[in-house]
Design a binder for this molecule. Structure first.
Ligand code: ARG
Length: 589
């Protein structure tokens, strides 16, 4: 369906053209004086200069021309030359009725041209537990992926596991100290390796920090870990078998945790998958004269004219020939281009890595790893802070594990729900989980991604204010009205909506009609917070309508059925929005 703003704009443009003015003056925006009008056009002010005529004369002419137009209930010309517009109630009701009939998309059109977009998010590190630092990438990335899919793009989510580097050598070294007799350490062994891993996930999660701690104290230990890393990276069989055990155990656990967050990935590729592409990539960079040796290391210059700050060269290989985080990201671009040929790659990563990604992107372009047609975007997010304004920590001051954080909020929510309700324990727990997830996700996504924010459990879990639970509460309210209506033996079908009779009703209808425009804008700016802002406005508009209207006591059956359609549409749109953000609503709460 055509966006409401476009329909309105088209009419106003026609109005200008009919009076002999350039139609481009008919640009319309949402009113910044909602007390006076719903939409406005300031074009007459600009036209006045071009046509050397008083602006209010032009505005008068256009207002006159638009009189009787079925899209408007009023078009007023106001000095010095504004056009104040109000939407016709019957037109609006028809528009919403068409939205209601479009059950999947509510009138929001797919992009004309589909594109393949890869999204790199999550970025957990193998054998290290997920901590709150990984939360934002998962939540934001998942939502961008869903928004893109809704807009009609082919979205491929890749978790980009941190599974390469010293942490693997550390684990191997520690394991060797504890269980030196394991066959993986026997270099003369030529048989098959056992299928069962020699550790559990909890052992693994304990082994890594222990090893990491030891390596900081003990130089010999660290050297051993570096040696093990080197051997692993150069193909030592037993170590590679261990690596796949570490990966399997870790990935199984990660999947379980991401599932709790309602986050899923299409690809479970990791840094290690990029390694085979490094040698050819490096050769090509050297052969084409992009890479050169500087102080022993192999680098590519990436500074550009017009840089306002120093952008250091991108280091490809260290002086000992070892590859780096950079090298892996570049080689990852190689396989992504070879296997998927995406039109766009979006990286959802901590904004502190911005300079790093500037280097990687420039290097990839300069050396021809990506074609001109492939866009690279860094979507950097800020830090999640505690109430003290410092990065979120446990009460003891340690790094908060994601699992513990979620468990804490689930409990908090469970308490609230069981206070409000007589619900069976199991059902209350389930509901608490659903609502808690909305609290965490909405609390995060309602902030502009690039900003730091304060994770305030009390505020996020509140049923009032700009929170996830408030949105869910509004949906639950609508579900319960629909149930009551149907309990009277009436069918909540798709009855025609009637023209609004009150301000509350019209306010809700106007808000609904903006759905597709809001989604398009949120997608264009990769801004889930705009979906949140739209939802919050819509939920508020609904609640005002609800408090100002006796829906169930309405005696006129047609009018009541129209209210029910309005309610169904609101519910559908809100549910669509929370789906795009990656959470869902319970039936009761
Ligand atoms: N594993 C990294 C970390 O924990 C994040 C990876 C981000 N993605 C990327 N392509 N570099 O910091």
């Amino acid at each position: 369906m055509e966006k409401i703003l476009d329909i309105i704009t088209k009419e106003v443009k026609k109005g200008f053209a009919s009076q002999g003015y350039e139609e481009s003056y008919g640009r319309v925006t949402l009113s910044n004086r909602p007390d006076l009008c719903e939409y406005q056009c300031n074009g007459a002010l600009a036209a006045a200069k071009a046509y050397k005529k008083a602006p209010f004369l032009i505005a008068d002419e256009v207002a006159e021309a638009l009189k009787g137009n079925s899209v408007f209930s009023s078009v007023e010309s106001v000095k010095p030359g504004f056009l104040n517009l109000k939407v016709n109630e019957a037109f609006l009701a028809e528009y919403l009725f068409d939205m209601l009939k479009d059950k999947e998309r509510f009138g929001c059109e797919k992009a004309e041209e589909t594109k393949r977009i890869m999204i790199d998010y999550g970025g957990p590190n193998v054998a290290k537990p997920l901590h709150v630092g990984h939360l934002r990438s998962a939540i934001i990335g998942e939502s961008i992926k869903r928004m893109g899919r809704f807009m009609g793009y082919e979205m491929i989510g890749d978790v980009h596991l941190g599974d390469w580097g010293l942490q693997m050598g550390l684990i191997i070294t520690e394991l060797k100290e504890r269980k030196p007799d394991l066959v993986y350490f026997d270099e003369t062994y030529t048989g098959d390796y056992p299928l069962d891993p020699p550790f559990t996930i909890s052992e693994l999660e304990e082994i890594y920090p222990t090893a990491s701690g030891k390596s900081k104290e003990d130089k010999a230990y660290k050297d051993a870990a570096m040696e093990a890393t080197f051997e692993l990276q150069h193909g030592r069989k037993g170590y590679q078998a261990l690596l796949s055990h570490i990966l399997n155990v870790s990935v199984t656990d990660l999947k379980k945790n991401y599932e709790k967050l309602n986050v899923s990935f299409d690809l479970w590729k990791g840094e290690s998958d990029a390694q085979p592409f490094i040698p050819d990539m490096v050769e090509k960079m050297k052969a084409e004269g992009h890479a050169y040796i500087s102080e022993g290391a192999l680098v590519v210059d990436v500074k550009e004219e017009g840089d306002t700050k120093e952008i250091p060269p991108c280091m490809i290989l260290k002086s000992d020939g070892a590859s780096l985080y950079n090298t892996t990201d570049l080689a990852t671009i190689v396989w992504r281009m070879r296997d998927y040929h995406p039109d766009h790659i979006i990286y959802v990563v901590d904004k502190r890595q911005e300079l790093y990604f500037t280097q990687v992107f420039r290097c990839a372009r300069k050396t021809g790893l990506v074609e001109d047609g492939t866009k690279l975007t860094f979507l950097g997010f800020g830090t999640m802070n505690g109430k003290d304004g410092k990065p979120f920590k446990t009460r003891e001051g340690g790094v908060m594990r994601l699992e513990s954080l979620l468990a804490e909020i689930n409990d908090e929510m469970y308490k609230k729900i069981s206070e409000n309700h007589t619900m069976e324990e199991g059902a209350a727990r389930e509901t608490a989980k659903t609502v808690a997830l909305s609290a965490v996700k909405y609390g995060d996504l309602s902030n502009q991604a690039s900003k730091d924010y304060i994770f305030d459990v009390e505020r996020f879990t509140s049923f009032e204010g700009n929170t996830g639970p408030y949105i869910l509460y509004t949906i639950v309210r609508m579900k319960s009205i629909l149930a009551k209506y149907e309990a009277l033996g009436k069918k909540a079908g798709d009855a025609k909506l009637l023209p609004a009779e009150t301000e509350h009703e019209k306010g809700l209808m106007l808000e609904l009609s903006r759905f597709s425009g809001a989604m398009e804008l949120a997608w264009e700016e990769l801004a889930p917070h705009k979906v949140c802002a739209y939802m919050y406005d819509l939920a508020n508009a609904f609640n005002s309508f609800y408090h100002g209207t006796k829906i169930m006591a309405e005696e006129d059956e047609n009018r009541q059925a129209g209210y029910i359609s309005l309610l169904k549409l609101t519910k559908g749109v809100l549910e669509k929005c929370i789906g795009l953000l990656g959470f869902s609503a319970p039936d009761r709460m």
